[in-house]
Design a protein around this ligand. Structure first.
Ligand SMILES: [Fe+2]
Ligand SMILES: [Fe+2]
Length: 281
């Protein structure tokens, strides 16, 4: 069997991809009537200490505007609000089910930091310059490379192959085509569909390296995440060992989103995000 079919079939049979954890499912189910679920959300997060410490770490980076750090889940709820906390917790819960055995720790950490930074940048940009629902954008940013996470977790041999082709000088896309004859965007789609993730997340996962206008209903979010993914690379948080040139579709992004220049955005981001905070995640 060729690698593409092997990966697709294994994923579609849900053989090699973990199902959403209880924690993640619980968090997704807390929706509409926010106020009735406040305590429940706090309780779900507190029940899982590794998830809690990461959620607090991210909440502290996302929450700009106080010298006092967020120290508890309740405090985070007060300062960043239900929706933000819920979305951060969901993203962290998804990452926790892809946590690999120790020997792969380093590449997992790289993927994790790249993804979380993309989420943080998406949220900051939407809050600071745009009138988009900021909270949802964290999850869209954080989960955009779900396909890479899936390849790393379930098909590690292929992940290493892709990484070695990148070290030889190929672009990510070329390396993936050569190793698995498909892309992490497509693999991500194969995971997101059976999980039943919302359409906006599926669009981001499938189209974040494409012209954002290809998304019928969610082009702004796709454009935002494409930009944030590029900026994560610029801030030196990229998913593979080696930084590869990023095919950034600047013109298309700026046609969709009304934003200041890249220089201004990068300058703001470097002032707002401390490398130390990211390294400690
Ligand atoms: Fe990607
Ligand atoms: Fe990415």
């Amino acid at each position: 069997m060729n690698p593409t079919d092997e990966i697709r079939i294994e994923i579609q049979k849900l053989k090699k991809i973990p199902t959403l954890s209880y924690t993640a499912q619980k968090i997704i189910s807390l929706t509409a009537k926010e106020t009735t679920h406040l305590d429940e959300l706090v309780e779900i997060i507190e029940r899982d200490p590794p998830i809690m410490s990461k959620v607090l770490g991210v909440a502290n980076i996302v929450y700009i505007g106080s010298y006092k750090p967020i120290t508890s889940v309740k405090d985070a709820l007060l300062k960043i609000g239900f929706k933000s906390l819920k979305n951060i917790a969901l993203s962290i819960a998804v990452f926790s089910i892809f946590k690999p055995i120790e020997t792969r720790e380093e590449s997992y950490k790289r993927l994790f930091r790249h993804s979380i930074i993309t989420g943080i940048v998406s949220q900051i940009i939407s809050e600071k310059y745009l009138n988009l629902e900021a909270e949802e954008n964290f999850t869209a940013g954080a989960l955009h490379d779900l396909g890479l996470l899936g390849i790393h977790f379930s098909f590690y041999e292929y992940f290493k192959k892709i990484e070695s082709y990148i070290s030889d000088g190929l672009s990510v896309l070329e390396a993936e085509k050569k190793a698995i004859n498909t892309t992490h965007s497509e693999v991500g789609k194969w995971i997101a569909e059976p999980w039943g993730l919302p359409e906006v997340l599926q669009d981001v996962i499938f189209l974040h390296h494409e012209n954002p206008k290809k998304s019928k209903n969610n082009s702004s979010t796709v454009a935002l995440v494409h930009l944030s993914d590029y900026l994560a690379h610029e801030l030196n948080y990229y998913p593979f060992k080696i930084k590869t040139p990023y095919d950034f579709k600047q013109k298309e992004v700026y046609e969709i989103l009304d934003l200041p220049t890249l220089e201004v955005i990068i300058n703001d981001l470097t002032n707002l995000i401390s490398t130390e905070d990211i390294e400690s995640l």
